[in-house]
Ligand binder design. Structure first.
Ligand SMILES: [Zn+2]
Ligand SMILES: [Zn+2]
Length: 282
């Protein structure tokens, strides 16, 4: 499905069109051997609510972004190398059907398609591309995946202490390790999660204890024992307890919405319509 499109004029034109839509906010996408295989709108379950996102499947990357103006202007571009991707089918919920999870080491999230057929098309095309990418690079599939963030709406109380009730004043936070919605008190600690970021990340109290114990054990194994000095050291700079509000929780990059979000008054109808928005080039 890929080979006959490589180095064709139509493929170059399609990729140029995508670059144009993202404009200066996006990365250059044209590369020798890169083929655009399909595109379509999927609903992405974000922190606050589910939102339409434009997705482009290339033979080596999956690109998605926010829609400012359909087929004209996109922004907030994200690029996911396909060799890191694992897919997981998910059951329907009351709000969303035809769901699946896109899992990578850095980030995992849930999307849904307009119909079972469309989901099947996305799944089979992505999986075929992943398989070919791994074959070409000789890499192993990624086995460790970032936990998807549990949506804010899923809970009114902290999922760790189950005491704190969230409100306009009591903010929700997300543990970067388990993805749970927790209160500030239950997520005071920071821990270095190298797969996610070079900076220590907010983690919940339970994950902190597990990560710290794991780290300690690894160090003990490496050095044949843990000294009190090492224990003291581990409690200090490296794990770094929170020094107050670091304002890091407005998170998930693509979930920020600009004023242009208001341009989608018919967002719900858009998806309720029977129009198929995914098209695969064959
Ligand atoms: Zn709590
Ligand atoms: Zn956690």
């Amino acid at each position: 499905m890929v080979d006959h499109l490589v180095n064709t004029e139509i493929n170059s034109q399609r990729i140029a069109a995508v670059e144009n839509c993202f404009g200066a906010s996006g990365q250059p996408l044209a590369l020798p051997g890169r083929v655009l295989l399909g595109e379509g709108v999927l609903t992405k379950e974000c922190r606050k609510k589910a939102k339409p996102r434009i997705f482009f499947l290339f033979n080596d990357i999956l690109v998605y972004g926010s829609i400012v103006l359909s087929k004209r202007k996109y922004r907030s571009q994200h690029i996911i190398p396909l060799e890191e991707v694992t897919l997981e089918l998910l059951p329907d919920t009351l709000e969303a059907k035809n769901r699946w999870m896109i899992k990578t080491a850095k980030k995992s999230f849930v999307v849904s398609a307009a119909s079972p057929t469309e989901r099947q098309e996305w799944l089979s095309h992505i999986e075929e591309c992943v398989r070919r990418q791994l074959l070409a690079t000789g890499h192993q599939p990624t086995t460790e995946h970032a936990a998807p963030w549990i949506p804010d709406k899923a809970t009114d109380i902290c999922m760790r202490c189950t005491q704190t009730r969230f409100s306009a004043l009591t903010r929700r936070h997300h543990c970067r390790k388990c993805g749970f919605v927790v209160c500030a008190e239950c997520s005071r600690e920071r821990f270095l999660l190298p797969r996610l970021s070079p900076k220590p990340q907010r983690v919940c109290s339970l994950c902190y204890r597990e990560l710290a114990a794991q780290k300690l054990q690894e160090e003990a194994e490496e050095q044949g024992g843990v000294s009190p000095q090492q224990l003291a050291h581990l409690g200090g700079a490296f794990y770094g307890a929170s020094s107050g509000d670091d304002g890091d929780d407005d998170d998930s990059d693509d979930d920020k919405e600009g004023s242009r979000d208001g341009d989608w008054p018919s967002r719900v109808q858009f998806y309720a319509s029977s129009v198929s928005w995914s098209a695969f080039h064959s």
